[in-house]
Write a protein that binds this ligand. Structure first.
Ligand code: ZN
Length: 249
């Protein structure tokens, strides 16, 4: 029997006695009342910003298949990453601060691929972590209004998945964990404030460029939809990015 404290949590230092502090558990009803929470929210003890900039580690070998960028405004996933694992499952990580590693990158167990954040408009830093039994039908999948039994066909309880990984690991013996040194962690922490502001601006640039390639751009501001002509896209969006107020720390 594997104890929860021994699980390969993507956010290290999670308190096994209370691994969901301040967040939603698997298939709990969310605040919109229409969507069961299809993952788990992870924090470590210490307060709402303790995990800002904390390294996110890959629980099992796999490949990064998608990185999504926060526009600095929309409430939701924020910066997020999908990983396809060698065992067939897919894992999903939301609200990331920084996602420095690109699509197609192969990750070993324990490899750090992102930093914990609060992107997507959330006041507290936390990791929203999902596990799917199969490839997602959309990179922005959120099972709004789905009945519980339909969700359970697609989503796995992440704790169940981690337990399965840990018991397989126990049988294999050994581990190839790669952690961050104290010095690396300190350097990361010092860069957090600048990174967070930069990330919003960079994301705006990426979104603007992608929209430019599509030949049109629509964005929402204060509930109204706007259309921009290509020559003004980048400047406009970057100006907006500058104006985005980051959540209070
Ligand atoms: Zn969540």
């Amino acid at each position: 029997m594997v104890m929860t404290g021994d699980l390969p949590w993507p956010l290290r230092g999670v308190d096994p006695a209370d691994p969901y502090q301040g967040g939603f558990r698997f298939l709990e009803e969310t605040q919109d009342g229409q969507t069961l929470h299809c993952g788990i929210d992870l924090n470590t003890p210490g307060g709402p910003q303790t995990d800002l900039g904390a390294p996110i580690a890959c629980p099992a070998p796999g490949v990064i298949r998608f990185r999504g960028w926060w526009d600095g405004v929309a409430r939701g996933e924020g910066n997020h990453i999908w990983i396809e694992h060698d065992t067939g499952e897919w894992s999903h990580y939301d609200h990331l601060l920084s996602t420095p590693i690109g699509e197609g990158t192969r990750l070993s167990r324990g490899a750090v691929f992102a930093l914990c954040g609060r992107s997507g408009g959330w006041p507290a830093a936390h990791l929203h972590f999902e596990v799917l039994r199969q490839r997602p039908t959309s990179w922005w999948l959120w099972p709004k209004g789905w009945p519980r039994q339909d969700i359970e066909v697609v989503y796995l309880n992440p704790v169940t998945w981690l337990q399965a990984l840990a018991s397989a690991e126990e049988q294999d013996g050994g581990s190839d964990d790669v952690g961050l040194s104290d010095e690396e962690r300190k350097t990361l922490t010092e860069r957090i404030t600048a990174l967070e502001a930069d990330q919003v601006i960079q994301n705006r640039r990426k979104l603007a460029f992608e929209a430019y390639l599509r030949g049109t751009v629509l964005y929402t501001k204060r509930g109204r939809r706007y259309r921009l002509v290509p020559s003004t896209i980048a400047d406009d969006l970057i100006a907006q990015a500058d104006a985005v107020a980051l959540p209070e720390t």
